[in-house]
Design a protein around this ligand. Sequence first.
Ligand SMILES: [Zn+2]
Length: 489
Amino acid sequence: MRLSIFFSFLFFVQLGCAQQKTVRYTDLYKAHGQYLEERIKDRRFKHRDITSIVHSLPQKFKVKELGQSIEGRSIYSVSIGSGPIKVLLWSQMHGDEPTATMAIMDIFNFFKASDEFDRFKERILEKVTLVFVPMLNPDGAERYERRNALGIDLNRDAVRLQTPEAKILKGIRDQLDADWGFNLHDQSRYYSAGSTPYTASISFLAPAFNYNKDINAVRGDAMKLIVGMNRILQKYIPGKVAKYSDSFEPRAFGDNIQKWGTRTILIESGGLEDDLEKQYLRKLHFVILLSSFDAIAKGWYKNESIKDYKRIPFNRSSRFMDLLVREVQIERNGDWYTVDLGFRNEEIDTEGATNFYPKAGISDIGDLSVYYAYEDVNLNGAKAYEGEVYQKTFDHWSELARINPIELIKRGISSIRVRNGISAIKASKLPLQIINEDQTRNKQVRLGGNPTLIIKKSNVVSHILVNGRLFSLKKDSQKIQELWNAQFH
Ligand SMILES: [Zn+2]
């Protein structure tokens, strides 16, 4: 008989002298808010933000500069605990993959505090030494890009070791001879968990260490711990956990670190509805990482089954769209054709890559019945028209405050020209297209295009489609007005 309750009963916390309370992962989940690092609010934080946090940590954390990036940014290790089991965690080796770094900042606050979890922490830290390397690629984070300042993907430099960042990671792994390694990334928000209509919101992998994908004791332990984390996540994001591709990549860190004898776990944060800034996934990371530390300290992961690891579905790539508009008619040369339109949003960074605005594009067109979407609407044969431009060109952005957007949309107007003061971020939030005085319009429905469309049913305007968002006049009129007001009042 197999025992499978390990991750639900984490252990006992001493409360007062006699009373004991069982602490479960649900307690960590509930408590996360009190440890939230407020200085990190969204995904585009920078090296300077984590530097100030790391430097303000109390004495019980050992902070060390391991070296510097190509552009001279310090890369730190932060250690806590004195146990014989060495656990190494590194995040943001890809500069635009920040979710786990946010969770690590919260975990610092968790270990910093003195509270009802003290006994829980002590029991981990007497068995385990935790070594965090948050933001391994600070130059990439500065630009919100995957690669480092040389344009090298650090995750293809584990063997050649040309970049200082890769050398730092290899160096600390070897110096610790780490027992466990957590390789923390973000993946595409368009992956699904197997052939299901669910996003792969968290994906795991115990990376292969050879082309045969053999399972030795090291990789097997990593698989078992993943089974425990998966069980926790199923409570919060049921069906939305997957496995990353297990193909062996001889140049990657996860694969090599597994080969070098460290039980290695890849965690990828994917997409989740209503969580573009990944604050909920940050919270889930906090829970599964702390639960893992406990499982490692107590050895409970050993009772998990590799069979259960194999049952976790693989990621299926590119199965999701941001918006799917099904069964809409489009016109070409006087004839009408029924198509589905799938939109995906690109994030366009603003100056300094501290903010962004979304730019939609048609990712596929035709019969898209095999796709899923964050927003999925069937228009049942309604017709799409190129919207009209408002007759007046406005001098300044602020004049738009007087506009009643719903009246315009009803008249088939989708676009307004403005001479001065357009902010791309503000404009991207409006339910009408705002264009410069002389800007040519993106009209045609074509692959890669971002058309602004007026949708009509029986010749009456029912929807507007602008920058990959669909607004219904019937259902969304309040929302349209609110979005408008929010930018001008
Ligand atoms: Zn990555």
